[in-house]
Design a protein around this ligand. Structure first.
Ligand code: SF4
Length: 258
């Protein structure tokens, strides 16, 4: 497991600093891939998880590749800190993130059947909640785009180590663009620090992966990166239906909404 304290910004008050040559090269390669994707596919969407990688991608996109749409899902159960981050990003870049919400009638039906916190009671009730609050709005948010951007990084898992920067995602028939594949977590935080980007303050409180408030808790030293997500379930089931669970290693939330 990575150590958040090793690499995240020590303080948000320092002045922005130039990127090191190595990090600038990383950023330039990511920007070139994103620009190529826009040239090739025209309409490209980034479904932001609002995690640390998302701060880097948002900055790269809205500074250098502004034609890409950024969307996110407000499940109705997000932490206040995550919603505040949306506002901070919009203020910094003077642009709107397109926020998609669950269908009200579907949420009402789920709550009538299962109770307001029915997701704690069984795996199927939890997965039904994620289907209503996350998967359906996510599918609606990316519909019609031939390509989508993810924030996955190779070091997050053995499975992701074999990913390609541009590949067809067989699950949804969309091309998947992964500009951060070769970034390390330390580089993600180095970039955030150098550029003075906003980020979710929950990262400073033991939450490397942040989802809905009732389904996320802080992790303990030595625990898996995703151990705080749906912590009451067996590790193999802890997924929301948008990303396949990786069998080993870290599993960040950067690949999209999670
Ligand atoms: S993470 Fe929890 S609250 Fe959020 S959609 Fe899934 S089950 Fe529902």
């Amino acid at each position: 497991m990575h150590s958040m304290s090793e690499s995240k910004p020590a303080a948000a008050t320092a002045a922005p600093t130039p990127l090191t040559a190595a990090l600038q090269a990383r950023a330039d390669a990511s920007i070139a891939l994103l620009q190529d994707a826009v040239r090739q596919f025209g309409k490209v969407v980034y479904a932001s998880s609002l995690g640390a990688e998302a701060m880097v991608l948002t900055d790269l996109l809205w500074t250098h590749v502004p034609g890409v749409d950024i969307v996110t899902i407000d499940t109705g159960r997000l932490p206040d800190e995550t919603l505040a981050l949306v506002a901070q990003l919009e203020a910094r870049y003077n642009r709107r993130i397109q926020v998609f919400f669950p269908q009200a009638a579907a949420v009402e039906q789920y709550v009538r059947l299962n109770g307001i916190n029915g997701f704690y009671e069984s795996l199927s009730q939890r997965q039904d909640c994620c289907a209503v609050r996350k998967v359906e709005p996510f599918n609606r948010a990316v519909a019609g785009y031939p390509a989508w951007i993810t924030g996955v990084r190779r070091e997050q898992s053995a499975a992701r180590a074999t990913n390609q920067p541009l590949q067809l995602d067989p699950r949804n028939g969309m091309h998947k663009v992964s500009p951060l594949l070769d970034w390390t977590e330390a580089q993600i935080w180095e970039y955030i620090r150098a550029r003075q980007l906003p980020y979710n303050p929950l990262h400073d409180r033991g939450y490397p992966s942040i989802g809905c408030a009732p389904c996320t808790r802080a992790i303990q030293p030595g625990e898996d990166h995703r151990a705080g997500r749906w912590w009451w379930e067996q590790a193999a089931t802890r997924e929301c239906g948008l990303q396949p669970r990786q069998p080993t290693g870290q599993h960040g939330s950067a690949s999209g909404i999670s």
